[in-house]
Write a protein that binds this ligand. Structure first.
Ligand code: ZN
Length: 204
């Protein structure tokens, strides 16, 4: 049964445990690249990213290792460029739709860098960062959209300041500096799935 769920990317239980800030039942790899959010700042934005390591290649342990500061710089020329960066995201949704959480939602993950949203920044202070395994120019997997919409629904139920309309791309909050999730990312598809997810959720 678990195998079948994984193959469809359905992921089982995606509810947030608000007492801990972790999704209840997903793979967990704790990243040291996080710190406390500023006091009295509500988490009210979701930032969608795209990532692949090495660029254009999927699978492998490299995203986990980047976020845990154990990426081997000699393994690939690109790794030498990024291995020393201290970065993380709250979540990764891989090509199969499987979710990994690296940082609890009440902590600040280091995903957006210099950035602003509606004149306010930096976005790491008040956002949740979600990486999709992919590139700017290759289609993301349908199962990734489904899981992302379900995660967004769960986050909006758990954190009242979040809303389905407050979802932006990294390229939106860091224009000119970042391009992900890229033109390959189908925003209308995500909006449709979020609408279905949030309208069909009891109690939302
Ligand atoms: Zn990004």
């Amino acid at each position: 049964m678990v195998r079948r769920e994984r193959s469809t990317g359905s992921q089982g239980n995606l509810e947030v445990d608000v007492s801990t800030g972790w999704l209840a039942a997903v793979r967990r790899v704790e990243s040291p690249n996080c710190d406390s959010r500023p006091p009295r700042v509500e988490t009210d934005l979701i930032v969608v990213h795209g990532i692949s390591l090495p660029p254009g290649e999927f699978g492998g342990p490299w995203i986990d290792r980047l976020f845990c500061n154990t990426l081997p710089p000699d393994e690939h020329p690109y790794f030498a460029e990024v291995a020393s960066k201290k970065v993380s995201a709250h979540l990764l949704i891989d090509r199969r739709g499987a979710v990994t959480q690296y940082v609890p939602f009440d902590m600040r993950a280091w995903h957006a860098g210099p950035s602003s949203y509606a004149g306010r920044g930096p976005c790491n202070d008040f956002s949740i960062g979600i990486e999709l395994e992919g590139t700017d120019t290759s289609a993301y997997e349908e199962r990734q959209y489904h899981v992302l919409a379900r995660v967004i629904g769960a986050l909006c139920r758990a954190y009242p300041a979040l809303s389905p309309t407050r979802v932006a791309g990294h390229s939106d909050v860091a224009p000119g500096r970042k391009t992900d999730p890229g033109p390959a990312f189908d925003w209308p598809r995500l909006r449709t799935l979020i609408a279905l997810e949030t309208s069909s959720s009891p109690g939302y």
